[in-house]
Design a protein around this ligand. Structure first.
Ligand code: MLT
Length: 255
């Protein structure tokens, strides 16, 4: 599994899981604002970026979570780590919070949701995945981009995200899309998350809206909740200064 690492070698470990259909570069701007106290790890999930793990027809969220659990063991087999997951990365982070709680010092859930796809959404995803070899990543980017950003987000960022989508593997993207269609309902897991948790949401996120994320935070014992101004679905790249500030306050309190 490929990962980029920044920060300080003996700092607390924070692992950042990107969303769909992106890669670890989604976090580049956030890393610039955070890298003075923590050991920051930015993996590419299976089928994305530079990770070369084999991809079958479907990559389930639990497969992604197993890959990340293996990575955590490889990096440090004893310390507890903070996991920060954005959207699809959040689905993976919730699997880790449920199944690997003893290794998690903290959890950050950004612009994600606990509910599964309804039947129509799941079917649409599967059709999109099956059609992807013909329609291509350009069509996927065209369909997704209008829903990703706050109106204030400028063209340079929009172009960066478009290029990120275009350089992913068709096969990896389709497999993850099928995996998300089958992801379980994590709503009942939330009250069991006993590690310190922060829920973060872009103020203009139309995919995981503030009201829904607030309800999600309310189901997690003692979770903090932060909204990020001038951001839609992608605060780490749309508003990295404010996003990383929210993370800093949270991380400073973690043992
Ligand atoms: C993401 O950003 O990872 C996607 O919005 C997740 C999804 O399609 O459910």
């Amino acid at each position: 599994m490929f990962y980029e690492e920044t920060g300080v070698q003996n700092g607390k470990i924070v692992i950042f899981l990107h969303g769909f259909p992106f890669d670890h570069t989604l976090w580049h701007e956030t890393a610039r604002h955070l890298d003075d106290s923590w050991r920051l790890i930015f993996p590419d999930l299976r089928g994305f970026g530079q990770t070369q793990l084999p991809v079958t027809q479907i990559t389930t969220m639990s497969q992604f979570a197993q890959d990340v659990a293996d990575l955590i063991d490889r990096i440090d087999s004893t310390s507890r780590v903070v996991v920060c997951g954005m959207s699809m990365g959040g689905y993976v982070a919730m699997h880790l919070a449920r199944n690997l709680a003893n290794r998690l010092a903290g959890l950050i859930l950004c612009d994600t949701k606990a509910q599964p796809d309804n039947e129509v959404a799941a079917q649409n995803r599967k059709c999109r995945a099956d059609a992807l070899p013909e329609t291509g990543l350009g069509a996927l980017a065209d369909a997704m981009l209008p829903n990703l950003f706050s109106p204030q987000t400028g063209n340079t960022i929009r172009e960066t995200v478009r290029s990120m989508i275009l350089r992913q593997s068709l096969h990896g993207v389709a497999a993850a899309d099928r995996g998300m269609a089958e992801r379980p309902d994590a709503t009942d897991w939330l009250p069991g998350f006993s590690m310190p948790t922060l829920v973060v949401c872009g103020e203009q996120d139309s995919i995981s809206p503030v009201e829904e994320m607030k309800q999600m935070a309310e189901r997690i014992p003692n979770a903090g909740f932060a909204t990020i101004a001038n951001a839609g679905h992608l605060p780490p790249i749309e508003a990295p200064e404010y996003f990383s500030l929210a993370l800093k306050y949270f991380l400073d309190d973690i043992d």
